[in-house]
Design a protein around this ligand. Structure first.
Ligand code: PEP
Ligand code: MG
Length: 883
C-alpha cells in the first residue's frame, strides 16, 4: 500500500484530492497543486497510516520510512535545498490534518530542520542573522511545546526576563546576538525538563513530529472533541510535511489571509489582509495592524498604508488570478492563506470560507447566476435555520452588551424595551407609544394581548413548546423562555438576577436567537430582505414536493404567512380567539353555566364573533386549504387564578364570588394536559363543538357568496385516541353542516379529520382513518405523551439530558425520529392502508424544523405546517429534503 502522497512542482499523487485519505488540509494542498497553483512542495502521510500505526503498537513499517525519504527527495529536488545541509538547509513544516479540522490535536510545527549547524547556513543564505536565530528559537519553542509537550510557560518566562534585562519592551528589539543567547537558554530548559538534549538530528526531529501528530489523534482532548462532535475514532489523521516559505525575509516578502468574496455581505470582491515582512501568526496575533488587500477597500476605509494591490502590483495580480482559479475549481467561496517570499507568491491553505447567513444567500444566488454552480447546489448551500437571521432584527454585533442571564432561544429576533410584568400594563404602555418587553414567570392564554403589544417576551419558566414560545413564534415576537436564572416578583414588579434588579420601566434587551437577556438598550439592526432571498425561494419551490402551510389564527398572522409563501393553514387554534377581552366574559359564562341551556345561551353570544373571525381568515386565505381545530385546552385555563380577579370576573359573569370559586375548584385538575381537554370537551359538551362548526360553515358560505371562491374548511378534532370519539364528533360537525346548508340553501365542500397526538391514535390509525379524511400530527403533544415528558416543565432537565446524550437534541424542537417518528410512520402506513388518499400533515412545532422536515419528506407526508416566520425556513428545508 502507498502511504505517502507527494504534491507541488507539477506533481499531485493524490489526484483529485481525497479528503478521507489525505485529510482536509492534505486534499486541498493536493487540489491546489493539481491545478498548477504555486504550492510549496511537500507530501502527505495518509490517514490509513494513522490507522496502521495504532494497529501495530504505535510503530512505523519500514516501507513508509522509504516513502518518506522519497518524499523528502521530491521536496529537495524542487527547492534545490537539502534536509540537514549545513550550507543551505531545507526547512519544513509538519501539520496534522484530519478529514474535518479538529482542535484538540497537534496542529503545527514550523522551521523543522534547524539545529546548531543549519542555523548558521540559514543565516548565510538568507543574509539575515537575526532572522535565522529568531527562526531557530521559534522552532525550539514550538517543538518543545507540541511534540515534547514541555511546559511552554518556561520559554515565555525566559524571553520576558531577557527583554527585562536588556530594557526592551518588544520582541522586535532583540538582536541576532540576543536570540542566540536565548537559544542556548531554551536548549538548557529542554534538557532540564525532558532529561535529554534538544534533538540535533533533523531526521529524528521529523519522525518525532510525525509520531506526535499520530499520537495526538488519541489524546484525551482529541477524544473529548470527537465525542462531542460525533467524529468516529477510526478516521485517523494525516500528516502534512511541506517546505517552509518565509514572509519575513524583508520588504519584498509578506504574508496574508483572504476570502475570495466578502464573507460578511457576500459581495463578489476580494477581501483580506496582509503584512509586509511578517510571518502568518503575526497577522492573526494582531501585534501589527494589517494592511488592506485591495486599493478599493483601503480607500473605502480611508486608510493610509498602501494596499497589496498598490505595494506589490505584480504579486497581487498573480494572487487575483489564483483566487479565480480556486473559485472555479472548488465552486465555492474560499478562505485562503498565502505567503510572498522575496517577490514569489506561495499558497499555503485554502478551504471553504465561513460566512454570515446574508453572505451565504448572496454567494449561492450569485454563483448560480454566474453558472459556477447549479440551482440545486445553491439551494443546498444555504442553511435554512440561518434564514431566521435574515427575517428578524438582530443585535448590532459591535454594540456592548451587559448580559444578565441566558434562557432558551424560544423565538428569534432581538428587541429592547421597558420591563413590564403584566399584560394589561404592557398593552397600556405600548398604546402610549413605548417599546415594551413583557416579563412573566410563564404566560397563559390570558396574556395574548400583552404579548401582542410587547416587542419581546421573557419568561422564567417553560420550554421550547411552552405557551410563550409557541405564541411568540406565531406572532414573530422575539422570546426568551425558561430563563431559570431570574426570579420574578410580579406583585412588586421586580425581576432579580443574582444581585441585580430590574424594575418596571427599566430598559432590558432580549435576543431570542441566542437566549441572552441584557440590561439596558442594545441597538438592533433591521433585516434587509434582498432580491436574493426571493430568488432562492422561487428555486426552492420548484424543487420541493412537500406543501408548506402555516399555524395561524389571526388575519394578521395569516397575511404575514402568505407573504412568506404559506400554501394554506395547517392549524388554526380556535381557543386563541376565545381569549380576546371582548369575548372572555361570554366564554366564562359558558364554562360556569350549570346546564346545557346556560351554555347555549353563552355560546350564542360567541357565535357571531367566531364567525367574523373565520370570514376574515377565509378571505385572506383566498381558497387555500384551512384546517381549523375545535376547542382544545382544559376549561379552567379560561378562569381566573388570582384571588384579586375573582370579584371582577364574578360580577362580569353575573355570579356571586362563592359560586365562581366553587366552580373553579370543581374544574381544577391535577394533570390538566391529560385531563378534560381536546375532544373530551366535545364529547361531554357537544354544543361547544356544534356552535364552533356552525360558525365555520356560516363563514365559509358567506365568503363563497361574497367572493365567488368557496373555501374548503378542514375541521379538525383534537386529542382523539379512539375511532368512536372521532365518530361522535364527526356526527356533531356533520349535523351542524347540514343545518347550516339547509338554512342558507347552499352546500360547500368540507373535510372532517383528526390530530394524531396520542400514541393510541397512532397505533389505531387504521381504524381512525375509516372516519377521518385527514391526519395532522400534533407532535408537541405526541412527543409529550410518547416520552412521558411534560412540554411545559421539561426545560428544567432537558438541557442535562441533551448534554448527557440521552436525546441528541431537545425533542420538542427536533423530532425524536427514533421514537415519535416510528409512531408517525406507523400511523401514516395504517392510515393509508385504510384510506389511500388520506391527507397527512404535521402541525407541531417540528413542522418548522429542518431535520424534522427531512423526516416528513422521507415518510411521504403531504405537508408541513409552521408558524408564519418559519414558513420560508420550511420551504427551503423541504426543497433540500427533496433533492
Ligand atoms: C400539538 O400538540 O402538536 C399541537 C399542534 O397542538 P397544541 O400545541 O396546540 O397542543
Ligand atoms: Mg396538541
Amino acid at each position: 500500500t502507498q502511504y505517502v502522497y507527494r504534491f507541488g512542482g507539477g506533481v499531485s499523487d493524490g489526484g483529485a484530492g481525497d479528503k478521507n485519505l489525505l485529510g482536509g488540509k492534505g486534499a486541498n494542498l493536493d487540489g491546489m497543486a493539481s491545478i498548477g497553483l504555486p504550492v510549496p512542495p511537500g507530501f502527505t502521510i495518509s490517514t490509513a497510516m494513522c490507522t496502521r500505526y495504532y494497529e501495530e503498537g504505535e510503530t512505523f513499517p519500514d516501507s513508509v520510512k522509504g516513502e518518506v525519504a522519497n518524499g523528502l527527495i521530491h521536496i529537495e529536488g524542487i527547492t534545490g535545498k537539502t534536509f540537514g545541509d549545513a550550507a543551505d538547509p531545507l526547512l519544513v513544516s509538519v501539520r496534522s490534518g484530519a478529514r474535518v479540522s479538529m482542535p484538540g490535536m497537534m496542529d503545527t510545527v514550523l522551521n523543522l530542520g534547524l539545529n546548531d549547524e543549519t542555523v548558521v547556513g540559514l543565516a548565510a543564505v538568507s543574509g539575515d542573522d537575526r532572522f535565522a536565530w529568531d527562526s531557530y528559537r521559534r522552532f525550539i519553542q514550538m517543538y518543545s511545546d507540541v511534540v515534547l509537550e514541555l511546559d511552554h510557560g518556561r520559554f515565555e518566562e525566559a524571553l520576558e526576563i531577557a527583554k527585562e534585562d536588556r530594557g526592551y519592551s518588544l520582541d522586535t528589539e532583540l538582536s541576532a546576538g540576543d536570540w542566540q543567547v536565548l537559544v542556548a537558554e531554551y536548549k538548557a530548559i529542554v534538557e532540564e525538563l525532558w532529561g535529554k538534549p534538544f534533538p540535533q538530528d533533523v531526521h529524528a526531529q521529523l519522525w518525532g513530529a510525525i509520531g506526535a501528530v499520530f499520537g495526538s489523534w488519541q489524546s484525551e482532548r482529541a477524544k473529548v472533541y470527537r465525542r462531542l462532535n460525533d467524529i468516529p475514532g477510526d478516521w485517523g489523521t494525516a500528516v502534512n510535511v511541506q517546505a517552509m516559505v518565509f514572509g519575513n525575509m524583508g520588504e519584498t516578502s509578506a504574508t496574508g489571509v483572504a476570502f475570495t468574496r466578502d464573507p460578511s455581505k457576500g459581495d463578489n470582491a476580494y477581501y483580506g489582509e496582509f503584512l509586509i515582512n511578517a510571518q502568518g501568526e503575526d497577522v492573526v496575533a494582531g501585534i501589527r495592524t494589517p494592511q488592506y488587500l485591495t486599493r478599493a477597500a483601503r480607500e473605502a476605509a480611508g486608510a493610509k498604508p498602501a494596499s497589496m494591490e498598490e505595494a506589490m502590483p505584480e504579486v497581487y495580480a498573480e494572487l487575483a488570478r489564483v483566487f479565480d482559479l480556486l473559485e472555479r475549481h472548488y465552486r465555492d467561496m474560499q478562505d485562503i492563506e498565502f505567503t510572498v517570499e522575496r517577490g514569489k507568491l506561495w499558497m499555503l491553505q485554502t478551504r471553504s470560507g465561513k460566512r454570515t447567513a446574508k453572505a451565504a444567500l448572496k454567494i449561492a444566488v450569485d454563483m448560480a447566476n454566474e453558472g459556477l454552480i447549479t440551482q440545486e447546489e445553491a439551494i443546498l448551500r444555504v442553511d435554512p435555520q440561518a434564514l431566521d437571521q435574515l427575517l428578524h432584527p438582530t443585535l448590532d454585533p459591535s454594540a456592548v452588551r451587559d448580559v444578565l442571564t441566558k434562557g432558551l432561544p424560544a423565538s428569534p429576533g432581538a428587541a429592547s424595551g421597558i420591563a413590564v410584568f403584566d399584560s394589561d400594563t404592557a398593552e397600556k404602555r405600548a398604546a402610549a407609544g413605548e417599546s415594551v418587553i413583557l416579563i412573566r414567570v410563564e404566560t397563559s392564554p390570558e396574556d395574548i394581548h400583552g404579548m401582542h403589544a410587547a416587542r419581546g417576551i421573557l419568561t422564567a419558566r417553560g420550554g421550547m413548546t411552552s405557551h410563550a414560545a409557541v405564541v411568540a413564534r406565531g406572532m414573530g415576537r422575539p422570546c426568551v423562555s425558561g430563563a431559570g436564572g431570574i426570579s420574578i416578583n410580579a406583585r412588586e414588579k421586580i425581576m432579580r438576577v443574582g444581585v441585580r434588579e430590574v424594575r418596571e420601566g427599566d430598559i432590558v434587551t432580549i435576543d431570542g436567537t441566542t437566549g441572552e437577556v441584557m440590561a439596558g438598550a442594545v441597538p438592533t439592526v433591521q433585516p434587509e430582505l434582498s432580491g436574493d432571498f426571493g430568488t432562492l425561494m422561487v428555486w426552492a419551490d420548484a424543487k420541493r414536493r412537500l406543501k408548506v402551510r402555516t399555524n395561524a389564527e389571526t388575519p394578521l398572522d395569516c397575511r404575514t404567512a402568505r407573504e412568506f409563501g404559506a400554501e394554506g393553514i395547517g392549524l388554526c387554534r380556535t381557543e386563541h380567539m376565545f381569549f380576546e377581552q371582548s369575548r372572555i366574559t361570554a366564554v366564562r359564562q359558558m364554562i360556569l353555566a350549570s346546564d346545557e341551556a346556560g351554555r347555549r345561551a353563552a355560546l350564542a353570544k360567541l357565535l357571531p364573533e367566531q364567525r367574523s373571525d373565520f370570514v376574515e381568515i377565509f378571505e385572506v386565505m383566498a381558497g387555500l386549504p384551512c384546517t381549523i381545530r375545535l376547542l382544545d385546552p382544559p376549561l379552567h385555563e379560561f378562569l381566573p387564578h388570582e384571588e384579586s380577579e375573582f370579584a371582577e370576573v364574578a360580577a362580569a359573569a353575573g355570579l356571586d364570588v362563592e359560586t365562581l370559586k366553587r366552580r373553579a375548584a370543581e374544574l381544577h385538575e391535577f394533570n390538566p394536559m391529560l385531563g378534560h381537554r381536546g375532544c373530551r370537551l366535545g364529547v361531554t359538551y357537544p354544543e361547544i363543538y356544534e356552535i364552533q362548526a356552525r360558525a365555520i360553515f356560516e363563514a365559509a358560505i358567506e365568503v363563497a357568496e361574497k367572493t365567488g371562491a368557496a373555501p374548503v374548511p378542514e375541521v379538525m378534532i383534537p386529542l382523539v385516541a379512539t375511532k368512536r370519539e372521532l365518530e361522535l364528533m364527526k356526527a356533531v360537525v356533520d349535523a351542524a353542516a347540514e343545518a347550516v346548508f339547509a338554512d342558507k340553501g347552499r352546500r360547500i365542500e368540507y373535510l372532517v379529520g383528526t390530530m394524531i397526538e396520542l400514541p393510541r391514535a397512532a397505533l389505531m390509525a387504521g381504524q381512525i382513518a375509516e372516519v377521518g379524511a385527514f391526519f395532522s400530527f400534533g407532535t408537541n403533544d405526541l412527543t409529550q405523551t410518547t416520552l412521558g415528558v411534560s412540554r411545559d416543565d421539561a426545560a428544567r432537565f432537558l438541557t442535562t439530558y441533551v448534554e448527557k446524550g440521552i436525546y441528541p437534541k431537545d425533542p420538542f424542537v427536533s423530532l425524536d425520529v427514533e421514537g415519535v417518528g416510528e409512531l408517525i410512520a406507523i400511523a401514516a402506513e395504517r392510515g393509508r392502508a385504510t384510506r389511500p388518499d388520506i391527507k397527512l400533515g404535521i402541525c407541531g412545532e417540528h413542522g418548522g424544523d429542518p431535520a424534522s422536515i427531512a423526516f416528513c419528506e422521507a415518510t411521504g407526508l403531504d405537508y408541513v405546517s409552521a408558524s408564519p416566520y418559519r414558513v420560508p425556513i420550511a420551504r427551503l428545508a423541504a426543497a433540500q429534503a427533496a433533492l
